[in-house]
Design a protein around this ligand. Structure first.
Ligand code: 6MZ
Length: 368
């Protein structure tokens, strides 16, 4: 496993609340159980249950959301998630989350996102770069006197973090538009894109299209959960939209494959998630193999490292052993992801440097 941890990695598909540590989730649920806010045994049961089919996973997310409503909790889990990714040598992380309004608690989508930004800034184990030069200047969040928006922690190790705002498929057009506008207003705080996610059997593409179009025209990058369940019409409409990336792409027919192939839209691949949710029946039948053979752009990701008990290092090890790819090919795969990040050319150039020097250190392994 050590080699997979030491490999520098780029994570482009990680949901904040799905990446929460089990220990934190249980601790929070216990605390709320003692206060009588929730019934602890209900939460414990949902967390410890092994069933992670799509149906059960979305029930679990509802449980997690009940436990993570407070802004201090949002800040805490963000800090922990960034630190966990950094600890396994993720050098660039795009973290996505659904801004949540809670009128009873006086929480707006904006204050939710500010709590997320605070969590990134609270990271102490590594240096964090959250926004490009110039954009981060003059903002009240601690910038450590640097021109980039960063946590001011000078460490040997550094992680780039960029944020994507998710639109949940349960949302209305108005609510989706509010998220798109917020994303545009928070670009100086590291927000670079929009994600469409949520239970794939809920909602219609046409509901979200105006907000996605608006965000795209405003210069944000877009990634869509696409084909997590069979839905030919929606998959085709999503590909026609030409998003910057798509997630999953599990249930594609011949026609959709051809369209995807000619579009060259990069695919975020989440192996463990796809198997546990039963979107793919068995790992050796996963479309990773076909995409790799066709040299289609793709990137390995975790999706929900907490919910699926995985890590990005585990995903690389799994792809290598399942599809018989040696370290050199896996290094190349990790490096190729630089081209698909939703960040500017300066960040890409720095990531190339990081991979170049890591490649020299891992040299003898990479040649195997
Ligand atoms: C679709 C998913 C997902 O936003 O509260 N989410 N959407 N497919 C998946 N595959 C398993 N995994 C996570 O993180 C949790 C939310 O991310 C989306 C769901 O909307 C879920 O409620 P945040 O940080």
């Amino acid at each position: 496993m050590d080699w997979w941890v030491s490999l520098p990695k780029i994570e482009l598909h990680a949901h904040l609340n799905g990446s929460i540590r089990n220990s934190t989730l249980l601790e929070l649920a216990k605390g709320l159980g003692e206060k009588g806010t929730i019934v602890f045994s209900d939460v414990e049961h949902a967390i410890l249950k092994k069933d992670r089919s799509l149906r059960e996973v979305f029930k679990l997310f509802d449980v997690i959301h009940k436990v993570t409503t407070e802004l201090e909790t949002v800040t805490r889990i963000t800090k922990e998630v960034v630190e966990d990714f950094a600890a396994e040598n993720v050098v660039y992380l795009e973290l996505r989350t659904t801004p949540k309004k809670n009128d009873l608690k006086g929480i707006s989508k904006r204050s939710y996102m500010e709590a997320v930004v605070k969590g990134v800034m609270d990271v102490t184990t590594v240096e964090v770069d959250l926004a490009p030069q110039g954009l981060g200047m003059g903002h009240p969040v601690n910038s450590g006197g640097r021109s980039n928006l960063c946590n001011g922690t000078a460490r040997k190790q550094k992680i780039y973090v960029r944020l994507l705002l998710s639109i949940d498929r349960r949302e209305s057009t108005e609510s989706a538009m509010e998220t798109a506008k917020l994303a545009l207003e928070m670009r100086h705080l590291g927000v670079t894109g929009i994600d469409l996610s949520g239970n794939p059997v809920v909602g219609e593409w046409a509901t979200f299209l105006p907000a996605l179009q608006f965000a795209k025209e405003g210069g944000l990058s877009i990634t869509l959960h696409c084909g997590e369940v069979p839905n030919k019409e929606e998959i085709q409409a999503m590909l026609d939209f030409l998003p910057g990336r798509i997630g999953h792409a599990c249930c594609f027919g011949e026609e959709e494959w051809r369209k995807l192939e000619s579009s060259k839209i990069p695919v975020e691949i989440c192996l463990t998630s796809n198997i546990l949710t039963e979107s793919i029946s068995s790992i050796d039948l996963h479309h990773f193999a076909d995409l790799h053979k066709a040299k289609h752009p793709m990137v390995l990701c975790t999706d929900d490292s907490g919910v699926f008990s995985t890590s990005l290092s585990d995903e690389y090890a799994l792809a290598s052993s399942t599809f018989g790819l040696g370290r050199s090919k896996m290094f190349q795969l990790a490096q190729d992801a630089i081209e698909f990040v939703f960040a500017d050319d300066a960040v890409k150039a720095e990531l190339r440097e990081i991979f170049y020097s890591a490649g020299r250190k891992l040299d003898s392994d990479v040649r195997n």
